[in-house]
Ligand binder design. Structure first.
Ligand code: TNX
Length: 716
């Protein structure tokens, strides 16, 4: 079989496994004797080593004719490649380094999956010739290392995984309200102090690590190593210093950069919650120059991302200096103050021969230079607007591209942008989203964003949660970035389950399988999968997993959990929907902390959404739920703080229940702001009392509606 060039243009990033019956004797056999040659092009040397490492091949001359030649061929475009396998060996041509790299990845896809584990058996290959080139130059992942810290080794591992998918950018979110992760030599305090939160740090602890000083940072030397490692794998690191909002860390170290007014620290128990740089304070731009000049010198990428998202402009409106600046410059809105600040930052970047990248809010007024690269995260409209206004635009609306969103309604992860699984991501379609030809011309690619507020509560020292959230969603993104669109999901899915899951396993990725389908009919509970995974079930009250081989006869379908496994992949724990049935008995909510106007207690009392208090908690503060009629239930989930996001909660607290609303009995302690009451009977009220004195810098406590499962009754 011989691949034609035309057919190969439609090849997948995720190529199906090579299947042909090689002639006997095989014409070209890849083995440990295969040599990788660069024909004298020394810049390709690291790539030759990389390639050979994957099958224990050599890079020196040894009179063998099993040869892989890496060749730069400028007749091919940037990042484009051509791969040719013939009896004389294999030639991988690329328009540039990235093109040869992509060709090497395409070549790997001809091999057994073990190549990714560097255990490739001797493999005879058929003659073939194919070439391809990417539709988009930005095929990117954003990793938030500010909220959850990732070590250098974790970064390198992630870079390897991205590279196997021909994703060619890693956008590092290096600073935020919760941490400063990159060394600035002229201001060592930024990492020495701001690299950590909690303990004796002026940065408040948050997201689950309350009792330790938590964090870390990259020295410039370490970052140079990461940059080099990534560059060898055709990945450019895009650094982000998030400005002028999301800056509570630097503002906790340099309080003088904040606006000129007395903050109301009462609701936060003394912690200065303000997160934006003052626009009017001239010295701020000196500090900014110090920081950005080092960032420009350190990172070779042409763009430095300077944030621009989610600025709380109230701070500027309360600042006499910012207001004066607005009047002086005839500014109509505080958004123009943001333009002013960002333009000053852009001027600094320009002097250091860099351009700015920003989040979409920063070009709301469309006043920044059209050289600015816009990351459209908020929604498709933001991408459409930026592209229509003439900005090069990276498309990443949260409801398709946010890797911190959950993948079914009951899994871990945020859901503010919706439920996003690989299929959903893959369904993004420029035409359906309303892009015109002209707007499409300004689209430079896609980015998947992994924000890490919730990661911290998922044992980030292991990579499992990150893997689970990234794969196969990033596989889908890689495919779309290469081809410009998804295409037929079923076809892609078949390649995933028949080929790519094996590759992910060989890479050691704890990837996510799609959940099994659960059915319950005539007293029989059953589950099925449409991939090659094996199914297991767990019965309530036991931790033991049993292989699922036949339908389970039961009158209680909510008592069983299912999970499917394939090599290193695993599905979410999945239950019959009966498990999620809730009742909403009449209840009132009260608390000792006052009620927020925007999020009144009625929200939680009516099971409609969250409520907030007026201030954060002191020990002894309480929240009380009182039922109109006494209640029995199977389970009640009592929760302070945002679901899945340890923040604005009772860090420590006790839960008590009462049958008469006067006498209370302790039911247990909160863990991560939560407690499940099991089989409570005849309840009049539930009271939660804070017992700890820690603060997380949030000026309120979040109150969740109770989640109440009805008393279990046999369904038959
Ligand atoms: C919004 S996306 C943010 C981040 C959060 C993320 C959580 C963006 C530019 N800002 O600060 O981490 O939502 O999903």
């Amino acid at each position: 079989m011989k691949h034609t060039i035309a057919a190969a243009l439609f090849s997948l990033v995720v190529l199906p496994a090579w299947s042909c019956t090689p002639k006997v004797p095989p014409r070209f056999t890849l083995s440990a004797h295969t040599e990788v040659r660069t024909e004298g092009d020394t810049t390709l040397q690291p790539l030759a080593r990389y390639t050979a490492d994957h099958f224990a091949g050599r890079t020196s001359d040894d009179n063998t004719w099993d040869v892989i030649r890496l060749v730069r061929d400028t007749t091919l475009g940037g990042e484009a490649y051509r791969v040719e396998v013939s009896p004389r060996g294999c030639t991988i041509r690329g328009g540039d380094y990235g093109g040869v790299f992509n060709g090497v990845q395409a070549f790997f896809e001809l091999l057994p999956a073990e190549v990714y584990a560097r255990r490739c058996p001797p493999t005879p290959l058929c003659d073939t010739l194919f070439e391809s080139r990417p539709r988009f130059p930005y095929r990117s992942m954003m990793l938030d290392v500010a909220r959850t810290w990732c070590t250098v080794d974790q970064l390198l591992r992630q870079i390897d995984l991205l590279a196997y998918h021909r994703i060619n950018r890693l956008h590092l979110h290096l600073t935020d309200d919760e941490g400063w992760r990159i060394e600035i030599k002229s201001h060592p305090e930024l990492t020495a102090i701001g690299g950590f939160r909690g303990g004796d740090s002026p940065v408040a602890p948050v997201y689950g690590r309350w009792h330790e000083k938590y964090g870390g940072f990259y020295t410039q030397d370490e970052m140079r190593r990461v940059i080099r490692y990534a560059a060898e794998r055709n990945i450019e690191i895009i650094p982000e210093i998030d400005l002028p909002g999301h800056s509570r860390t630097i503002a906790s170290i340099h309080p003088e950069i904040r606006c000129n007014y007395r903050p109301d620290t009462l609701p936060t128990r003394g912690y200065d919650f303000r997160s934006a740089w003052c626009v009017a304070r001239e010295e701020n731009y000196t500090l900014l120059e110090d920081i950005l000049s080092e960032i420009c010198a350190l990172f070779p990428a042409p763009y430095v991302h300077i944030g621009g998202d989610e600025v709380d402009m109230e701070q500027w409106l309360r600042c006499p200096d910012c207001r004066f600046l607005m009047r002086r410059e005839g500014m109509a809105s505080p958004a123009e103050l943001e333009d002013h600040f960002l333009n000053r930052a852009i001027d600094i970047l320009k002097r250091h021969h860099k351009r700015a990248a920003v989040w979409n809010e920063a070009v709301a007024t469309a006043r920044l230079s059209r050289e600015t690269l816009v990351f459209g995260w908020k929604d498709t409209e933001a991408c459409l607007k930026a592209a229509a206004d003439g900005y090069p635009t990276v498309v990443m609306p949260g409801k398709y591209f946010y890797l911190d969103m959950r993948q079914t309604p009951h899994e871990a992860g945020h859901d503010w942008a919706g439920v996003v699984d690989a299929r959903r991501l893959y369904s993004f379609d420029f035409t359906k989203e309303g892009f015109t030809e002209e707007q499409l011309r300004n689209v430079v690619g896609f980015e998947g964003a992994f924000w890490s507020e919730a990661y911290l509560s998922h044992n980030p020292e292991k990579n499992d949660y990150l893997d689970y959230m990234c794969f196969p969603r990033l596989t889908a993104l890689a495919h779309m970035g290469w081809h410009g669109t998804g295409g037929d999901w079923q076809e892609f899915y078949q390649t995933l389950i028949n080929t790519h899951y094996d590759r992910l396993s060989a890479m050691g990725v704890a990837f996510r399988l799609f959940p099994p389908k659960i059915t319950y009919r005539d007293g029989l509970l059953s589950a099925e999968v449409d991939d090659h995974s094996q199914l297991f079930y767990i019965e309530r009250g036991s931790a033991e997993e049993h292989p699922f081989t036949a339908p389970i006869a039961t009158a209680y379908p909510a008592r069983y959990q299912f999970v499917s496994r394939y090599k290193t992949g695993q599905s979410p724990l999945t239950v019959h929907e009966e498990y999620y049935r809730r009742i909403h008995p009449e209840v009132t909510v009260t608390s000792s902390m006052g009620e927020s106007d925007r999020f009144p207690y009625a929200n939680a009392a009516r099971y409609r959404g969250i409520s907030r208090t007026r201030r954060t908690a002191r020990p002894g503060d309480w929240i009380c739920y009182t039922f109109t009629r006494n209640l029995s239930a199977e389970e009640i989930l009592v929760q302070t703080g945002n679901p899945q996001l340890p923040k604005s909660l009772f860090i420590e607290g006790v839960v008590e229940t009462s049958e008469d609303g006067h006498t209370y009995h302790k039911a247990g302690n909160l863990k991560n702001g939560m407690l499940i009451l099991r089989q409570p009977r005849n309840l009049k009220s539930i009271r939660i009392t804070a017992t700890s004195d820690l603060r997380d810098g949030t000026p309120f406590i979040t109150i969740e509606p109770l989640k109440i499962r009805p008393v279990e009754r046999a369904t038959k």
